[in-house]
Design a protein around this ligand. Structure first.
Ligand code: ADP
Ligand code: MG
Length: 728
């Protein structure tokens, strides 16, 4: 295997020697640390292998004896991979992942040490998880929660720990995590989409939702970052004067990757490939020190796990390279923030992408069916989709003229718009032979050609059709994709179920042919969901006004956006699809509101600390130096000193006025927090944080940044934007 024909070993990158893994094909060691299908085949009896496979395919139960066998095989393999501990790896509602490590080590009655890991430890665990947020579920029901093995996402060895992906539920069955509802939503969309796909192909038995995320992030020098309390505690800068140079030259975007970042990426990719995360692209993003990484898409549950694992691996690898990764949606003011596009589609067990047009009119009708139903679903539940990505940090990005606005809309391009416009004109009831031929040849038949030369792309749309998938672009870089994926798959499942029943009714009651019935229902959906389609500039004020006329929601702040989580329509949709109960939805809304409050509260405290701990003392020190200087001038020059020290005197006044403002707003902010904290109701409290605490942040920042400009390099105690963004 030659090392010298890959781009990173070409002259500019030749200074790095490849790791042992890098010297062989990635496909050879892909997933080496994963207990995947191959490893199960090698290590399990046929009976156990089939039982696990069945559980993966159909959700069937695995009996205790088999679980023991699987656990034994997993343990032996994991120990051979250097594992000493195991953990149930789960996704509490805090958004990150959680783990509690237990050693394999156990003692026999005679005191002899053995390595033990049985079926019961594999299948179920009771973490002492009482301090994970539950939105009151555990208080109302049962104090304990337990984690349960998700065999659809393979176990893996991470460091020296065998990680077993699990769901986290209460003893009364309520989901306490983000994975359990996702699995239910994927089940719902599988059932509904399979039923519809069978109109077109009787061989379809399963439909998987697919997800390809694109992770954006910043890399900053770890030592510099450590000097900033805001980066350490809030993950973003709360203060900071813009650097003289920002992203205006566009010289970072897709440019040569700086060498420390590249070394980080290479090690990261090696680790990802070993963990079975199929990383594919890496490049610089728009802002300085901003990058993106994207994998090949996968089944949605696995893709979600891989994204969460990736974020963890990134933090660890970055540390080794003296870097800190920032996943915050808006770590720096004045330059682009980070998102995590979610590319989504539906794919059958016969290998068909249901959002990909095909070579025959029937395939294209299938495409149109799933395409139009998705549009209809998003139209009906646009506010819910917005809620699925709501967070304090994503509020800084949505609608800030660099990311899609908080208004949900769908871009499909002019040519597909034309197709839908024509379909709107399809006759009611039975179609004449001429109309059928016309539809076949000139409307439906033209779709593949259209898509091939469909070059119009719209980067300002939050939900865009991109040829064979939809791309949800408003997802935040920190967000757990499970949340938007749960909502999207649930609403599409509901929509497809209704579609199926409408089509079947037309076939039975009105004696329409299948394709006639489908055209009839699609026509009505196209008419009904026109308001969600928008191909223009999503960043413009004109669109916000137009969206208002169309009665689309525009919830710019999280507390407001979350309201819809408990609306009658939402409760009904989740209940019908069996994804979440009213209790679970109420709990989720409460946890999201609490998280919003806590994050804003932390930022408020950090700001106070920055102002009183750094900004004020630094300013006063500088004022004293100026005063000393002016006094000296007076001593030497007497009365004329005022003229000679004019610069110092005006500087003193400027400093004093900004100092007063900074202090005034900081004190007012602290007072506003006190008032907000007194509110009993969590929604009221979140509202108060949003409307009466948050506005002070900008005011404080405005004056603190002015002070930063006035203070000299050695007088300003915090790392500056210039250093954070341009030290590579
Ligand atoms: P960009 O949005 O940056 O222009 P692409 O259009 O090439 O990039 O999209 C790339 C992303 O789309 C990748 O992460 C890829 O895995 C994902 N993707 C491609 N096909 C599908 C699919 N059928 N389902 C889900 N994701 C997909
Ligand atoms: Mg993209």
């Amino acid at each position: 295997m030659s090392l010298f024909n890959t781009p990173e070993n070409s002259s500019i990158h030749g200074q790095f020697s490849p790791s042992p893994e890098e010297t062989s094909r990635r496909s050879n060691w892909f997933g080496n640390k994963v207990f995947n299908q191959d490893r199960m085949l090698q290590n399990l009896t046929r009976e156990a292998y089939e039982s696990v496979n069945n559980a993966i395919q159909t959700g069937s139960k695995i009996d205790r004896k088999i679980a023991d066998q699987v656990a034994e095989a997993m343990k032996t393999w994991a120990i051979s991979m250097g594992a000493t501990h195991y953990t149930h790896w789960f996704q509490p509602l805090t958004g990150a992942t959680a783990e509690k490590h237990d050693a394999f080590l156990d003692l026999l009655p005679d005191g002899k040490a053995i390595e033990k890991f049985g079926g019961s430890q594999l299948v179920q665990q009771e973490p002492d998880a009482s301090s994970f947020p539950s939105g009151g579920i555990r208080n109302t029901f049962e104090a304990r929660g337990y984690t349960a093995w998700d065999p659809t996402s393979p176990a893996f060895v991470y460091g020296s720990t065998l990680c077993i992906p699990t769901i986290f539920v209460s003893y009364t069955g309520e989901a306490l995590d983000n994975k359990a509802p996702l699995l239910r939503a994927l089940q719902a969309v599988d059932t509904a989409a399979t039923a519809v796909a069978r109109y077109f192909d009787k061989n379809v038995n399963k439909v998987n939702a697919t997800l390809g995320w694109e992770q954006e992030y910043f890399l900053v020098d770890a030592e510099l970052a450590a000097t900033r309390p805001d980066l350490v505690l809030a993950g973003r800068t709360l203060l900071g004067q813009a650097a003289a140079k920002g992203q205006q030259l566009d010289d970072h975007y897709f440019g040569v990757i700086p060498s420390r970042a590249l070394q980080f990426m290479r090690e990261l990719e090696t680790e990802c490939i070993l963990l079975g995360i199929p990383v594919k692209t890496r490049h610089n993003e728009v802002a300085p020190n901003q990058y993106e990484l994207a994998p090949v898409f996968e089944e949605a549950n696995l893709a979600v796990d891989h994204n969460l694992l990736l974020m963890d691996v990134m933090e660890k690898v970055a540390e080794k390279h003296g870097l800190k990764v920032l996943f915050h949606e808006k770590p720096f003011a004045g330059i682009n923030g980070s998102g995590k596009h979610n590319n989504w589609s539906l794919s059958t067990d016969t290998g068909t992408n249901l959002l990909s047009p095909g070579s025959t009119p029937m395939k294209n009708l299938q495409f149109l069916t799933f395409f139009v139903n998705t549009i209809r679903a998003v139209d009906r539940f646009e506010a819910l989709l917005r809620a699925s990505i709501a967070s304090a940090s994503n509020d800084y990005r949505l609608g800030a003229n660099e990311a899609p606005p908080a208004i949900m809309s769908i871009f499909i391009g002019t040519q597909l718009s034309q197709v839908l416009d024509e379909l709107e004109g399809v006759s009611r009831g039975k179609l004449s032979p001429e109309e059928k031929t016309e539809l076949k040849l000139n409307v439906v038949g033209k779709i593949p050609e259209i898509l091939l030369d469909n070059t119009d792309r719209n980067r300002t749309s939050p939900f865009a059709f991109t040829g064979n998938k939809f791309e949800f672009r408003a997802v935040g870089s920190k967000t757990n994709c499970a949340k938007p994926m749960t909502v999207l798959n649930t609403i599409v499942a509901l929509q497809l179920q209704e579609f199926k029943s409408e089509v079947d009714t037309l076939i039975e009651k009105k004696k329409l042919k299948k394709d006639e019935a489908i055209f009839n229902v699609l026509r009505e959906y196209i008419k009904a969901s026109k308001r969600i389609r928008f191909d223009g500039d999503g960043y413009s004020d004109a669109w916000a006004a137009e969206a208002g006329r169309r009665k689309l929601s525009n919830n710019r702040a999280t507390p407001q956006a979350l309201e819809v989580l408990t609306s009658p329509e939402t409760l009904e949709a989740f209940k019908r699809m069996g994804v979440m109960t009213e209790t679970e939805l109420r709990a989720r809304r409460e946890v999201e509101l609490e998280t919003y409050i806590l994050q804003t509260q932390i930022e408020g405290r950090v700001l106070h600390e920055l102002v009183y701990g750094s900004v004020i003392p630094a300013t006063i020190k500088y004022q004293n130096r100026l005063l000393e200087n002016i006094r000296g001038m007076k001593e030497v020059y007497g009365a004329v000193h005022k003229e000679l020290a004019e610069a110092q005197l005006t500087l003193l006044e400027d400093l004093a006025s900004h100092l007063q403002e900074v202090k005034k707003h900081t004190d007012a902010m602290t007072e506003a927090r006190k008032q907000a904290n007194k509110l009993k109701d969590v929604a009221d409290r979140a509202g108060a944080y949003c409307n009466s605490v948050l506005p002070y942040f900008e005011q404080i920042r405005l004056h603190a940044d002015k002070l930063e400009r006035l203070l000299g390099q050695e007088d300003w105690p915090l790392a500056r934007y210039r250093e954070l963004l341009f030290v590579k």
